[in-house]
Design a protein around this ligand. Structure first.
Ligand SMILES: [Zn+2]
Length: 576
């Protein structure tokens, strides 16, 4: 999500300004270490040496004091010999006890000075050995400043003054509130959740509901189970929710339960949003393939923050905004991430565009599905004006989330959304719908013929997608991906008068070959110029009216948009 953000606000600096006199923490408090804010990138050898089999996570949410307590039972298998476990957990949630395979550890056996917990194992593990670590922790979790553009917990109130609580973790990572492996491939195989909340509140979460227990003191414990969740997908949501449910009969033969949890007093708007679920499923299941979590649920929950693609419990905070395209872009965008983000997960944050580029392209594609080419063009045009071209989208090295998402850290920022979406639009025009959707299906499911039960969530990369496109088309499009993903600047097309027509020439930042065909309309007659070696010629009599790429099939440099963006930036700086 986070597509509308310009500034990814970091909590530390602003926190003090929001800190109120009450005893509960203000926004941005308590502060985070660099270690906890980091997600992905280089990992300690110990983390790469273990398979994360399972996590059983018990949470106690205490709204009165803004405290979160947890007991996490984590199961690992050693892939190589291990003397110690290294697990990420924010030090704002101090650990009170650790039990390894049933035996309590002495306090001296673990330390967590900066948010990377090190546990010395009583018995070293050999390759293939399993270990279970039960970690009891709790305290004051970091409060987000402006979730989901930064992360943490959100303590909010409903309009009638009741507790409304949520979490986000895409940027800073899962270690904000549970002990985990904070990098994309650190997914546990299975997660069970037991979320205890005050009387009268509900706790919709990931996966299947196993049951709700009522405790002696009137509180309730919500038990959920999910498979292969993204590390940042695990989400706590607490509120006095009302629920709409239904079922979806899939074209693949299965029946999928659907749920929407919303705040009381919004029934009509909630029903209207829920009515979008089935047609949106029709679109994705037809264009991409089976809903990946049909054996769990489609789940959406209203949140006090804008939104996030929490697996099977998508966060929705768009206030039922209306738009000319006739559907809720935020719901549609987060739902797209069930395919692009949760089913297909980037192996490395360097491949973040696989989540956000595809996730963003799905809105104009849905507009086209619903209303045709003009809606598609209008929606794509909105994205085009946001493309910045300041940094490459892909670097071909291990990256942290921040190095990709934050322009201040050299990242491509919003270009992983808008520019990657336009790259996909251009690719689709270049290789045709059949090859484009075949390639998309293969990267999402790891196979060309997905059906419920024959695939599980998987990791993918940019290079893998390029290989799939090569396999599907029989051609090498390395020149295409290198220019759009690995160079900051867009390719530029120049047109000069020569003889009885125009000479067309592509230039790219890396001076690499760019044989991108281009349509040219001469007095209304469109012809495709092959542009082999990046050059071509189109005959046009003197005085002919020439329009290059009249259907905007190709993403390329556009001085008018550059000037528009510069003007807008200058306007924004003017005193109001
Ligand atoms: Zn997104």
């Amino acid at each position: 999500m986070r597509v509308k953000s310009i500034n990814h606000v970091v909590g530390l600096a602003l926190g003090a300004a929001f800190l109120c006199a009450a005893s509960v923490p203000g926004k941005g408090e308590p502060p985070l270490t660099e270690q906890t804010m980091k997600s992905g990138g280089q990992r300690p050898a110990e983390q790469l040496a273990m398979t994360f089999d399972s996590a059983d996570l018990a949470f106690e949410v205490v709204p009165d004091t803004h405290v979160l307590n947890g007991v996490a039972t984590l199961g690992f298998t050693a892939r190589s010999p291990l003397n110690r476990l290294v697990i990420d957990l924010d030090r704002n949630l101090p650990i009170s006890a650790i039990v390894i395979d049933g035996a309590p550890l002495a306090r001296s056996a673990w330390s967590n000075p900066q948010g990377q917990l090190t546990i010395t194992l009583p018995n070293p593990l050999a390759r293939g050995d399993r270990v279970t670590a039960r970690i009891t922790y709790g305290g004051t979790p970091h409060v987000a400043v402006n979730a989901p553009w930064d992360d943490g917990v959100v303590w909010s109130k409903t309009p009638d003054g009741r507790t409304w609580f949520a979490t986000t973790a895409e940027g800073y990572g899962c270690d904000l509130f549970w002990p985990c492996l904070d990098f994309p491939m650190g997914e546990p195989g299975k997660v069970t959740l037991h979320i205890t909340v005050p009387r009268g509140l509900k706790a919709p979460s990931n996966g299947r509901l196993l049951g709700v227990d009522t405790l002696a003191d009137g509180r309730t414990r919500w038990n959920w189970e999910t498979k292969h969740p993204n590390t940042y997908a695990i989400a706590l949501n607490v509120g006095p929710y009302e629920e709409i449910s239904g079922t979806y009969k899939s074209r693949f033969g299965n029946t999928i339960p659907m749920f929407y949890w919303y705040l009381p007093g919004e029934k009509a708007q909630a029903q209207a949003l829920f009515a979008e679920f089935a047609p949106t499923l029709d679109f994705f299941e037809t264009m991409i393939g089976p809903y990946p979590f049909g054996d769990e649920k489609v789940g959406v929950v209203e949140t006090p923050h804008k939104g996030m693609e929490h697996q099977t419990i998508n966060a929705y905070g768009n206030a039922y905004a209306k738009a000319p395209e006739g559907f809720d872009w935020l719901f549609q965008h987060e739902f797209a991430h069930e395919w692009f983000g949760n089913q297909l997960t980037a192996a490395n944050w360097d491949d973040y565009w696989l989540h956000e580029g595809f996730g963003t392209y799905m809105q104009p594609l849905y507009g086209q599905w619903r209303e045709g080419d003009i809606r598609y063009a209008v929606m794509l045009d909105g994205e085009r004006n946001g493309i910045l071209n300041k940094a490459p989208i892909v670097r071909d090295r291990l990256m942290t989330e921040e190095e990709v998402y934050e322009p201040s850290k050299g990242g491509a920022g919003l270009d992983i959304y808008n520019k990657a979406s336009w790259m996909l639009h251009t690719l689709r025009g270049l290789i045709g719908d059949k090859a484009f959707f075949d390639a998309t299906r293969r990267i999402v499911y790891g196979r060309p013929d997905p059906k419920p039960g024959n695939f599980t969530p998987r990791f993918g990369s940019t290079r893998e997608f390029e290989g799939i496109v090569r396999q599907v088309t029989g051609k090498d499009y390395g020149w295409f991906f290198d220019v759009y993903l690995r160079q900051a600047a867009l390719p530029a097309l120049t047109m000069t008068r020569e003889g009885g027509g125009y000479r067309l020439t592509w230039t790219t930042q890396g001076k690499s070959a760019f044989p991108m065909p281009i349509d040219v309309a001469v007095d209304g007659k469109v012809q495709r110029v092959a542009m082999a070696d990046g050059r071509g010629f189109v005959a046009a009599p003197a005085g002919a009216h020439v329009v290059v790429d009249p259907m905007a099939r190709v993403l390329r440099s556009n001085p008018a948009i550059d000037a528009f963006q510069a003007w807008k930036a200058a306007q924004a700086k003017k005193p109001k």
